[in-house]
Design a protein around this ligand. Structure first.
Ligand code: ATP
Ligand code: MG
Length: 333
């Protein structure tokens, strides 16, 4: 029986963090047997906001792949590939770009978020079309499922509009891919102000050493109304407890801390110490696997090259179908 396809990916702009894990990576790891999985290193997407940093991308590609391997993405079962080595995707992007109006592209909420976070006054045409390129990535392998964090939901809506439009105009080629949102749809950052993000300096990275995790947790935002440890505190929406619930496998400890916090019988220091310990228990096996893979020279390059060959064959097959449907005069072999 052929398995349904799954595709998702990340931009190689730095290290993976806890938000990536609960928003998307955890689902990827869990679904590797059920689906035929493609994991995309979206290097072309990094140029939308960091055009001048292209040279840094190759180091980031390595870091990203090591993070994926460390959490349990298995290159034997899944295809890991580099976007810029599959040029077919930019041709498919073009076919799709002609199906999307400019106001529709401007209505994507993440565009405003990125412009605000990175202080971009005027978006490039590339940044504006980012979600269209993403649709091309997903539809290039005709994936039906896309594990992503909640912030990406609007991109999948646009993807489905594109697929419907294409299928109606030219004939059935593409599925209407569905987002699969993670266990924690949007993980808040350590500052309690916004979603955890590399660019906002509020992230705990999967590769942070234990003492860095401890230090970041000590600095975390908690219940601002609570002054003394004998004041009753609020657990709901409190980032320290959000992380306890998301990462502390000791459910009894979490329940007990919540109860004591609500009734003013525990200090922030203890809650945070226990959180740092829980996070380090969660991260230890990830760190160990990461170190083991990092010690194997050439491994990451091999994985990328063999995965890219597989993805590219798929891309060529899809592009043939798309060109035929559109009615472009000659087929490339
Ligand atoms: P960052 O958002 O940290 O700056 P990025 O923009 O390079 O990193 P994204 O493409 O936004 O990376 O994220 C990769 C995947 O991880 C996406 O599926 C995204 O939805 C998910 N994700 C990122 N941050 C979070 C978060 N705080 N909570 C839940 N999911 C997240
Ligand atoms: Mg982001």
């Amino acid at each position: 029986m052929t398995r349904k396809r799954l595709l998702t990916g990340d931009r190689p702009t730095g290290k993976g963090h806890l938000g990536h894990y609960v928003g998307s990576w955890e689902n990827r790891v869990a679904l590797q047997d059920e689906y035929e999985c493609f994991f995309l290193i979206a290097d072309l997407h990094t140029l939308t906001t960091a055009a001048e940093q292209a040279r840094q991308v190759s180091e980031n590609v390595r870091e990203l792949v090591l993070d994926w391997l460390a959490v349990g993405i298995d290159p034997e079962r899944s295809t890991i590939y580099l976007q810029s080595l599959v040029p077919e995707v930019t041709e498919l992007f073009w076919l799709f770009a002609c199906l999307v109006s400019v106001p529709r592209a401007q209505r994507i909420p993440t565009l405003k978020d990125v412009m605000r976070d990175l202080a971009i006054e005027e978006p490039s045409v590339g940044l504006l079309s980012y979600p269209i390129l993403q649709a091309a990535d997903v539809l290039m392998v005709r994936a039906e499922v896309v594990p992503v964090g909640k912030d990406q939901e609007s991109h999948l809506e646009l993807l489905r509009e594109i697929a419907r439009r294409f299928n109606r105009l030219y004939g059935e080629v593409f599925p209407e891919s569905q987002a699969l949102i993670g266990r924690v749809p949007t993980l808040v950052g350590t500052d309690g102000q916004a979603k955890m993000s590399k660019s906002l300096n509020n992230a705990i990275f999967l590769s942070d050493p234990p003492e860095v995790v401890e230090q970041k947790v000590r600095g975390m935002y908690t219940d601002p109304k609570r002054i003394r440890s004998t004041d009753p505190g609020t657990v709901e929406g409190n980032p320290v407890f959000i992380y306890h619930r998301a990462f502390n496998e000791n459910r009894e400890e979490v329940a007990e801390l919540e109860e004591r916090y609500r009734t003013g019988r525990v200090g922030d220091v203890e809650v945070k110490q226990r959180l740092a310990a829980a996070l380090n228990r969660f991260l230890d096996p990830i760190r160990e696997r990461r170190a083991r893979y990092a010690a194997q020279p050439g491994l990451v390059d091999e994985i990328i090259l063999s995965g890219t060959a597989r993805a590219r064959a798929e891309a060529q097959a899809t592009l043939r179908l798309a060109r035929e449907a559109v009615g472009l005069p000659y087929q490339v072999s």
